[in-house]
Design a protein around this ligand. Structure first.
Ligand code: ATP
Ligand code: MG
Length: 355
C-alpha cells in the first residue's frame, strides 16, 4: 500500500465546493482500486484569509505544501481583494507557490469531449497539451518600472528555464505517443529573447530524434487554434503567451468548467481548475466540478509517474474515463453546459461511472 500526503487548498468562492467534489471522486476511485491511500490535509490560503489577516499564504501552509507529495487547489481570489497597485491577491498564493516550489511548467490539456459541443464548426476532435513556462518570461514580475511617462517590464528567458520546460514537453510527447510533435510557439521573428527561446528549444530537440519539432509564431498560433487545432500534439511556449493561448484553447473545447491544469516541477506538483473563484455562482451548488475532478485525475497520474506506481496511474485513468462517460451520456450536466444538474449530481454521476 502506498500512501501519499496531499495538501488541499480549497480557497475562495466556488473553490471549496469543487475541491470537495474532486476529493469525493478521488476517494471513490481509490476505494475501487485499492493499493493506494491518500492522507488529505486541508490548509488555508485565500483572498478571504488575506482580508481577515493581511496574509493570503501563511508560512505554515507553504511549508506543508513543500512537504506534501502533491497539492490540490480549488480557486483563489476575489475581485475586491487587491493590493493598492491593482494586483490581485491570488498572485500572493499561486505565483508564490510556483516560485517557491519551482513549478516551472504549466500543463494545460486542450481536449474536446465526445458529446460536448465546441464553437468550432468542423466538430473534429481536438487533443493537444500546452506546456507553459511558468516562472520566467514576461510574467517574472521583477522588472516592472513605472514612472510618470513610461512603464516597462522585462522579458526574461534563461537557458536553464527554457531547457527544463522544453525537456518536459518532449518527454510528454514521447509518452503520449500521439503525433509525436512538439511545437515551439514564440515571436522569434521580432524579439531577441524569443529567438533565444527557440534556439534553446532546438538544442533540446536534438536529444529527442523520435519527436518532430514544429515552429509557430504566436500570432499564427491563435489562427491555427481556431482553424486547424488538429495540427498540434504538445506545444511549448513562454509564460505570457502560454497564459493567452491556454484561455483561447479552453474556449475552443467547451469552456472553463472543463479546463484542468497542473503546475509541475521536478519534485512538486500542484493541480487546479483553470477557472477562477466565480463568486457570482458561489454557494448555489451549481458550479461545474469537472475541471477540478479532471485536475485530481492528473494529480493521480502525475503521482504515479513520479513514484513508479502503476496503481496511482490507473486511478488517474479511471477518473478521467468516468468524466468522459458522464459527458458523453449528456444527461447530467451543470447549467454552464446547458444542463440543470447540481454539482453534487454531477459528482455522483462521475462516481457511478468509475470502473
Ligand atoms: P480569475 O481572475 O481568478 O481567473 P475570472 O474573473 O477570470 O477569475 P472566473 O472565476 O474564472 O473568472 O469565472 C468567470 C465566470 O465563468 C464566472 O463568473 C462564472 O459565471 C463562470 N464559471 C467559472 N468557473 C465555473 C464553473 N466551474 N462552473 C460554472 N461556471 C463557471
Ligand atoms: Mg481569468
Amino acid at each position: 500500500m502506498s500512501t501519499y500526503t496531499i495538501v488541499a487548498l480549497p480557497g475562495d468562492g466556488i473553490g471549496p465546493e469543487v475541491t470537495e467534489s474532486a476529493l469525493a471522486v478521488t476517494r471513490a476511485a481509490l476505494a475501487a482500486h485499492g493499493g493506494v491511500d491518500l492522507e488529505v490535509d486541508e490548509h488555508e490560503a485565500s483572498a478571504q484569509l488575506w482580508q481577515r489577516t493581511g496574509v493570503a499564504l501563511p508560512d505554515e501552509t507553504l511549508e506543508a505544501s513543500r512537504e506534501a507529495h502533491a497539492i490540490l487547489m480549488g480557486a483563489i481570489g476575489l475581485p475586491e481583494a487587491r493590493h493598492p497597485d491593482g494586483r490581485e491577491v491570488n498572485g500572493d498564493v499561486i505565483l508564490k507557490l510556483r516560485f517557491e516550489l519551482d513549478l516551472y511548467a504549466g500543463i494545460r490539456p486542450i481536449r474536446s469531449f465526445p458529446g460536448v459541443a465546441t464553437p468550432l464548426a468542423s466538430g473534429e476532435p481536438i487533443d493537444y497539451v500546452i506546456v507553459r513556462e511558468n516562472i520566467e518570461g514576461l510574467l517574472a514580475s521583477n522588472g516592472t518600472n513605472i514612472r510618470e511617462e513610461v512603464a516597462s517590464d522585462t522579458l526574461i528567458v534563461t537557458r536553464t528555464g527554457t531547457r527544463k520546460v522544453s525537456e518536459m514537453a518532449y518527454r510528454l510527447a514521447e509518452r503520449r505517443a500521439g503525433k509525436r510533435t512538439v511545437a515551439c510557439v514564440d515571436k522569434s521573428n521580432a524579439i531577441a529573447a524569443y529567438a533565444f527561446f527557440r534556439r534553446v528549444f532546438d538544442e533540446v530537440a536534438a536529444g529527442h530524434p523520435e519527436v518532430r519539432p514544429d515552429y509557430v509564431y504566436v500570432d499564427a498560433m491563435t489562427a491555427y487554434q481556431v482553424l486547424n487545432p488538429q495540427r498540434f500534439d504538445v506545444v511549448v511556449t513562454e509564460n505570457l503567451f502560454g497564459d493567452i493561448i491556454s484561455d483561447l484553447g479552453a474556449a475552443t473545447v467547451g469552456g472553463l468548467g472543463l479546463a484542468a491544469s497542473g503546475d509541475v516541477g521536478d519534485d512538486h506538483g500542484m493541480f487546479q481548475p483553470s477557472h477562477g473563484s466565480a463568486p457570482d455562482i458561489a454557494g448555489r451548488g451549481t458550479a461545474n466540478p469537472i475541471a477540478t475532478i479532471l485536475s485530481a485525475g492528473m494529480m493521480m497520474d502525475w503521482l504515479g509517474r513520479q513514484h513508479d506506481d502503476d496503481a496511482a496511474v490507473e486511478i488517474g485513468r479511471n477518473i478521467d474515463q468516468a468524466v468522459v462517460k458522464v459527458l458523453a451520456d449528456g444527461s447530467v450536466r451543470t447549467p454552464d453546459l446547458g444542463g440543470s444538474a447540481s454539482s453534487a449530481e454531477v459528482t455522483a454521476a462521475v462516481i457511478a461511472a468509475l470502473d
